[in-house]
Write a protein that binds this ligand. Structure first.
Ligand code: LLP
Length: 425
């Protein structure tokens, strides 16, 4: 069920008209639905019911403290990629014990912080990283729990910038090198080898590549067992896509169906193993938890008819939402208050001084200056990828909970943007 729908001719977030949010808080503004967030998390939690499984929300998708807090209360762990993200988890009351640390370039300081806080696992991506982690842990008199991110060389069939599981990508340890890398990890005195993980890409519409990756990890776990290296958890990464409604796109596989198939394979494998030993399953979903929980509300400033194209110039820009220009992503633009009248085809563009500053192309819209538009499914990789380009303050973030409206991030003022700068003395 969508928590963004038209009532009395106005697009609402739960019970709140988006026009009211715009009036009260201005535009551009991200508006989230708490019910949508909880519903998306529940799709994972329900499918994991009664199993040894942990959902580590990939907070790079949206790291607002309110969102982290709500998910932590539901029992979520977190997939982090920086020391900054770990500090956010802690600030939001999340448990470091449920945190896994991904990423190819962890610094010594980040490793130290994560060891101090006692995270669940480091997802290590290379031999030099293993050595660095071993040294940092030794210096602290600790042992670091590690999992190796294995690159299963599976084609995720998604945009090349967000496919990560192919040989050509910078991520993970090549499948063929995995055994040797595990041996190296097991030989280091301050590391505990506990897991195996992969992440093959984002916005996957089909689960076949994920299940193919799972089969490869399972095969490797059996090989490692024979070597005396016992894996306690299997982390399959994130990746289930969402329905952006792009023309011609097929709907993504429902989360429950994917998890059902994944657990069925794991159960069959366990049943076939002589010792029947359990392996904890970890997921790192980002987009499927938050994308359709948020919209970006923006105002049309001007209409600019052109010889070749008509432009609708809005007050949101590429700095607020990078996805269209960075990936050519198609995101739906809905009028907040649909009007009668003739439609025209517009490129919806922002005020930033770049031709790449567009949010939607060739959309049929009936709009006038002053109208509000809502960019749909903007809750993932929207605000977290926003920048201050052109000295534009980042948008406000609002969360709706039924009839209540909460400001979960204030709009940035221009003065905030240069507060850390100084002139030569
Ligand atoms: N785990 C790891 C190690 C990842 O790198 C990612 C995403 C995830 C989990 C979460 O994947 P998800 O469930 O969200 O598909 N900015 C791009 C997406 C980049 C994804 C990067 N990694 C976009 O807006 O489409």
């Amino acid at each position: 069920m969508s928590h963004f729908s038209y009532r009395d001719g106005v697009l609402h977030a739960e019970s709140i008209p988006l026009s009211r949010v715009a009036e009260e808080f201005g535009t551009p503004t991200y508006v989230y639905s708490k019910a949508a967030l909880l519903q998306n998390f529940a799709a994972y939690a329900d499918a994991c019911q009664g199993r040894d499984a942990l959902v580590c929300y990939a907070m790079k998708a949206n790291s607002n403290l309110a969102i982290l807090d709500l998910l932590a209360r539901e029992g979520a762990g977190f997939d982090i990629v920086s020391g900054g993200e770990l500090l956010r988890v802690i600030a939001a009351g999340g448990d470091p014990d449920k945190v896994i640390f991904s990423g190819v370039g962890k610094t010594e300081a980040e490793m130290r912080l994560a060891l101090e806080k006692g995270i669940l696992c480091f997802n290590v991506e290379s031999i030099p990283e293993l050595h660095r982690l071993n040294e940092v842990a030794a210096g602290m008199g600790k042992r670091a729990p590690v999992s190796l991110r294995v690159n299963p060389n599976v084609d995720a069939k998604t945009h090349p910038y967000i496919a990560t599981g192919l040989k050509a990508n910078k991520f993970g340890v090549a499948f063929d090198d995995a055994l040797a890398t595990y041996r190296a990890a097991a030989s280091l005195p301050n590391l505990d080898v506990v897991g195996i993980d992969c992440h093959i890409g984002s916005q996957l519409l089909d689960d076949a590549p994920l299940l193919e990756a799972l089969d490869k990890l399972i095969e490797l776990i059996d090989t490692l067992d024979a070597e005396g290296i016992h894996i306690h958890h299997l982390d399959i990464g994130g990746g289930v896509g969402v329905d952006y409604g792009a023309p011609g796109d097929k709907p993504p596989v429902p989360v429950g169906d994917y998890l059902g198939r994944l657990f069925a394979r794991i159960d069959a494998w366990r049943a076939a193993r002589h010792d029947g030993r359990a392996v904890k399953v970890i997921f790192e979903p980002g987009r499927s938890i938050v994308a359709n929980t948020g919209v970006l509300v923006t105002k049309v400033e001007f209409l600019k008819p052109g010889a070749e194209k008509n432009f609708a110039i809005i007050d949101a820009a590429m700095n607020d939402m990078m996805r269209p220009t960075l990936y050519g992503a198609w995101m739906d633009m809905k009028p907040v208050v649909p009007r009668e009248g003739e439609k025209a085809v517009y490129d919806v563009v922002g005020p930033v001084c770049e031709s790449g500053d567009w949010l939607a192309k060739e959309r049929e819209l009936a709009v006038e200056p002053g109208d509000l538009l809502a960019m749909m499914s903007a809750g993932a990789y929207g605000m977290t990828m926003a920048s201050n380009y052109n000295t534009r303050g980042r948008a406000a973030e609002i969360m709706v909970d039924g009839e209540q409206v909460h400001v979960i991030r204030q709009r940035e003022n221009p003065a905030d943007l240069f507060a850390l700068e100084s002139m030569l003395k």
